[in-house]
Ligand binder design. Sequence first.
Ligand code: C2E
Ligand code: SIN
Ligand code: SIN
Ligand code: FE
Ligand code: FE
Length: 494
Amino acid sequence: MITDLFLQNLPDSAQRLDAIFHAFNDLLFILDSDGTILDYKASDPSHLYTAPENFLGRKMQNILPPEAGRKIEDILSRLRDGGSKPNILEYFLPTPFGKCWYESRLVSLSNGQSIMLVRDITKYKMSEIKIKRQFDQLAALRSIDLAITSDLDLTPVLSVILDQVRAQLSIDAACILLFDPRAQLLEFAAGAGFKTSALQHTRLHIGEAYAGMAVLERRAVHIPNLKSRQTTFLKSPFLARENFIAYYAVPLISKGEAVGVLEIFHRALLGADEDWLTYMEMLAGQAAIAIDNAMLLKNLQLSNAELTLAYDKTIEGWSRALDLRDKETEGHSRRVTAMTFKLASQMGIKQPELAHICRGAMLHDIGKVAIPDSILHKPGLLSDEEWIIMRRHPLIAVELLAPIDHLVPALDIPRSHHEKWNGTGYPDRLAGEEIPLAARLFAIVDVYDALTSDRPYRRAWSRTETMKYIRKQSGIHFDPQVVPAFIEMMNGQG
Ligand code: C2E
Ligand code: SIN
Ligand code: SIN
Ligand code: FE
Ligand code: FE
């Protein structure tokens, strides 16, 4: 219900106005040159921040929060000075439902009045804020990631320790049992100098046997001559064959916690003097620290796997936030990721490349976060200027993702998914095999999904039409080697 007053002022523009309303269907105000609100139209009256009687006849500057009011005042004075370009401002209002964001455009009319188009951009703003927050979280995860050195396995560490022990202490054999705090057991981890596998299956409770006793009592247990004692130890037939005489069990203690036991065996009596004993304690101390560090690393690596999981969840969140912006593309990222995974697997691509490709597919259009709605949601063909902006989305994606080490191997698809086999694509005008394979596969999947979906600028094509198009574009837009694989995959789907 556009009022008479408004129609009087714009007798010939009703059609144009309808068109504007089609694009921006939220709220419209008619302002006098000083900002007085003369009339309004709301596509949905619940979008009104306050009842009409509270704003009709009053100045817009005084109704909006002070900061937005000042911006309006600026724009109005610019319009009074003859500026005719549309003027845009963004602001938020506290509503009973929480903060709502609005984008307003002011356009001056020939009679000095102006129209103010107000659009609720809360949903879009929220996904923008969410994306920003997720980027921050990812940056934090990344800094932890950087602090973790790459895979340091405990086994080589233990073998270095044992070699040192045998050489420095001149003994025949030694082994290390590690304490597993969850099972409360000491378990054989590494040995050197043994003739049999007698000890390899050793599992002891704390307090059990000499090794268990050493851990329980937190002191070295010394048996000068195993043969002079009747112990369960010697009942092992294998151990009897080893012919050990002297034995030491030394607890490995780091930061007050027992991490294991070092067992020392010698096939003769050991003339252990004080220096030797001191040296043994020192080596045991070093071993305990090395084990503790290695265990720490191992645990960190476990949480590294958890980090990867967290990254992947974050990536999914971004791509969902992106799809949210446009109902038409809902599910696009998820669908193209699943199809790309299938096509790449079928073409023999293996992990870890496969995971990078999936991440790249998930994020291929993340650069569209920087493309204005007016372009992204445009119901018609894009103008030359709009195309220049739209074609930036691959490089925007690179800019967003390149600082994240974890995602660097996944950049091929976001960067190169609009390259074409014949070299006429963007952003780098690559041709043929200059285009990374991942991007060549993905391009087919992306176009297939785009064409079989409704877009603001056209209706969905049928599957048959789309497959025909893809076949026709083989060697033009698409890699002629990948097209048959794609067709095979689609046929396999029935
Ligand atoms: P998108 O909609 O996800 O489309 C991805 C790609 O699928 C397009 O890349 C193009 O190669 C193919 N494709 C999509 N729709 C059509 C179509 O109707 N006909 C043909 N032959 N191919 C199609 P392209 O062209 O580089 O476009 C990139 C993005 O630019 C599109 O992503 C879309 O967001 C936007 N865009 C493209 N054309 C238009 C348009 O006419 N109007 C508007 N508003 N946006 C457009
Ligand atoms: C809205 O007006 O609430 C959404 C804005 C958009 O995504 O076009
Ligand atoms: C998949 O889509 O099944 C794999 C996802 C990934 O590796 O990130
Ligand atoms: Fe794209
Ligand atoms: Fe896409």
